[in-house]
Write a protein that binds this ligand. Structure first.
Ligand code: CA2
Length: 144
């Protein structure tokens, strides 16, 4: 059976490629998703991608992932990383292993970005490698 992997993008990541390229890079979210889809397809995995600007929609999608039999989640919860106990609880409730990804190196930035509600329950955290961070996380998930 093909491995099922879900990629979740949080608020404002739909703006990638249009603003702040010095922080978040020049690729659009569609560019990033296309790279991930190609990588997954080459390995025979089924990749689903979801972006939302709404915390509850991300929680709903995580719950749905369990019902669909998703085996791995790659999540950039964006600003919700630093605020959302609801997303952490949803990830813990579904018991699906996940990798947390950030495009920017959050530790080089404002102090409020240094804390993540998701990190302590993640398999791993990748920050500061730009879009490559998603690809590295996907390679890791594909090898799991
Ligand atoms: O570095 C990351 O990937 C972040 O998760 C991005 C979040 C930020 O709140 C986190 O601290 C770190 C912000 C995403 C905003 O994305 C934009 C993209 C283009 C233009 C403006 C914002």
């Amino acid at each position: 059976m093909a491995q099922r992997i879900l990629v979740l993008h949080g608020p404002n990541l739909n703006l990638l490629g249009t603003r702040e390229p010095e922080v978040y890079g020049r690729l659009s979210l569609s560019d990033i998703n296309e790279r991930l889809e190609n990588l997954a397809q080459a390995q025979g995995a089924v990749l689903t991608v979801f972006q939302s600007n709404h915390e509850g929609a991300l929680v709903d999608r995580i719950q749905e992932a369990a019902r669909e039999g998703t085996e791995y989640i790659i999540i950039n919860a964006a600003a919700y990383t630093h605020t959302s106990i609801a997303i952490r609880d949803a990830l813990a409730a579904v018991c699906i292993p996940y990798v947390e990804v950030h495009l920017s190196n959050v530790y080089k930035r404002e102090e409020f970005r240094h804390h993540s509600y998701l990190a302590t329950a993640a398999q791993g955290v990748i920050a500061g490698l730009g879009a490559f961070g998603y690809e590295a996380a996907l390679q890791y998930a594909l090898a799991a």
